[in-house]
Design a protein around this ligand. Structure first.
Ligand code: FES
Ligand code: FES
Length: 161
């Protein structure tokens, strides 16, 4: 059997659009998203499940796409940061990150926004402990986290600081 014959055809929905791909058994979901689909808003940091930069939503839940195999996404719904906008309007969380100055280099931002989106979908009015727990898998080297927490609170309160 050749290496190519072990490749597997999968189908998944990314940002509302159905995609088909033929992937190697060891290919990660992150590689599929960035290299095959060209959605480079999802970042690769550590590649080991430790920084959260590669976070996407899988059926509404945050996952580290660097740890997940592409074949495991077969039949699932994936949302990347490119799918966070609605009809060219920023997600309120994106706007709140801008308003609170929670974006510096921006490398951590796509993953944080998606984890915050999953949190607010489950708990529209989270307390600070909920927020801290939701972002606990994300490393940010720039902001010190205070602005990020403020931004998520702001989005939860309808954009008011
Ligand atoms: S790149 Fe996936 S957790 Fe760091
Ligand atoms: S804004 Fe730079 S790592 Fe978070």
């Amino acid at each position: 059997m050749t290496a190519e014959s072990k490749n597997q055809a999968i189908q998944l929905v990314v940002n509302g659009k159905t995609h088909r791909a033929v992937v190697a058994p060891q290919a990660t979901l992150l590689e599929l998203i960035r290299d095959h689909l060209g959605l480079t808003g999802t970042k690769e940091g550590c590649g080991k499940g430790q920084c959260g930069a590669c976070t996407v939503l899988l059926d509404g839940k945050p996952v580290n796409s660097c740890l997940m195999l592409a074949v495991q996404a077969q039949g699932h719904q994936v949302v990347t940061i490119e799918g966070a906008e609605h009809e060219k309007e920023l997600d309120p969380i994106q706007q709140a990150f801008i308003d609170e100055g929670a974006v510096q280099c921006g490398f951590c931002t796509p993953g944080l926004i998606l984890s915050a989106r999953a949190l607010l979908d489950q708990h529209p009015h989270p307390d600070e402990d909920h927020i801290k727990e939701a972002i606990s898998g994300h490393l940010c080297r720039c902001t010190g986290y205070s602005a990020i927490i403020r931004a998520i609170r702001r989005a939860a309160s309808g954009g008011k600081s």
